[in-house]
Design a protein around this ligand. Structure first.
Ligand code: 9MR
Length: 344
């Protein structure tokens, strides 16, 4: 036999090395890269400015960010006509420097509205027509300012109640239900490339809320309103069952042609922390990522803060905490390692 043929025969006869599977990712950004998705976090601006370890970790771990509070109405227009963009700009600039995409949060909400607006509506000095103008100006001004810099906007946040009725916010009561379609149209006009989302909590499992939100989306689509996505906030707690039907719920929205995102994931627990609770928490984080990866339309998983040093949970739920992937010292918890171990 010719040497070439002998060599070929030897190569073909050699046992194939066993395929070891993808290597374990180094960090969340590496995981995001391997899975082809975006992994994001809410950003605390004070920490971004003032804490080098927070900043380093943020920029190492995440390829997507959401301003936790800096883009809310009370932050950007505390006095009528006086815009304060410094904090929102800081988040966007940091993201650009670190190759992170940005979710804008949020244009229309019933919370964190400036006092000039809520008191004006309450005492009747701001009537319905003027309120509509104010909302249009707000959306147009904010979306235009970040045109091309925001991948996706939470256009309306938490517009459905737990019982499946539409939330009786100042927007609904003064402008009527058409305010939602208007908000999407105004946002689209201001940045035609930004993806426009409805965002809500308990949408992972609450049937009346799910059904109403599905109807809302279908109604908007039937009227040609530019809606692109649905955000599941994902504020979970280990004292409650994991929302086991979540992937199916995601699929129901995806079947309408929408993008799906987990926009504010955290998993709180009743204090004190124990090894067992941390293991349960790790399982909830793992399942949330697994659910997202099982639905083609789910391409973003954002956590609502990545360290217990800056988490909204203890301030809102007495006796609860430890909801994030890293502890106060930025030490990874089992939940962090559980995410790195997820395979699609
Ligand atoms: O994390 C935010 C916290 O710092 C604010 O005090 C709070 C005020 O309402 O809002 C928190 O973020 C919320 C988000 O904007 C919308 N979904 C629920 C989040 C947790 O409350």
């Amino acid at each position: 036999m010719k040497p070439l043929i002998i060599a070929l025969a030897l190569i073909l006869a050699a046992p194939l090395p066993a395929y070891a599977g993808p290597r374990t990712p180094r960090d969340l950004r590496d995981l995001a890269h391997q899975q082809g998705i975006r992994i994001g976090t809410a950003v605390d601006v004070a920490a971004l400015r003032g804490e080098a370890d927070y900043r380093d970790r943020l920029n190492r771990e995440f390829n997507h960010v959401t301003a936790e509070n800096a883009m809310k109405w009370e932050s950007v227009e505390p006095e009528r006509g006086v815009y304060t963009w410094a904090d929102a700009d800081a988040v966007v600039h940091n993201a650009q420097r670190n190759r992170q995409r940005v979710r804008g949060h949020t244009l229309v909400w019933h919370n964190q509205l400036p006092a000039w607006l809520t008191s004006g509506v309450a005492d009747g000095t701001i009537g319905a027509d003027e309120l509509r103008e104010i909302l249009r100006d707000h959306i147009t001004t904010q979306v235009r300012r970040y045109k091309g810099k925001i991948r996706a906007w939470d256009v309306v946040n938490e517009v459905v109640e737990e019982d499946g009725s539409m939330r009786q916010s100042i927007w609904l009561t003064h402008l009527g239900p058409g305010y939602i379609a208007d908000a999407f149209r105004w946002a689209h006009r201001a940045d035609p490339h930004a993806k426009l989302y409805v965002n809500d909590f308990n949408l992972e499992w609450n049937a009346p809320k799910i059904e109403t939100t599905l109807s809302l989306v279908k109604d908007l689509q039937a009227r040609g309103v530019p809606i692109d996505g649905i955000g599941f906030q994902g504020h979970l707690g280990i004292q409650y069952d994991y929302p086991g039907d979540w992937a199916n719920v995601m699929r129901r929205f995806a079947d309408l042609g929408l993008e799906v995102a987990i926009t504010e994931l955290d998993v709180r627990m009743v204090m004190p922390v124990t090894e067992e609770k941390l293991a349960t928490q790790a399982d909830y984080y793992r399942r949330a990522l697994t659910d997202c990866l099982s639905v083609e339309a789910c391409q973003e998983l954002t956590v609502w803060g990545f360290t217990d040093r800056h988490s909204w949970v203890p301030g809102w739920f007495a006796g609860e905490g430890s909801a994030c992937l890293l502890d106060e010292n930025l030490t990874p918890k089992p939940a962090y390692r559980a995410l790195l171990g997820v395979r699609a």
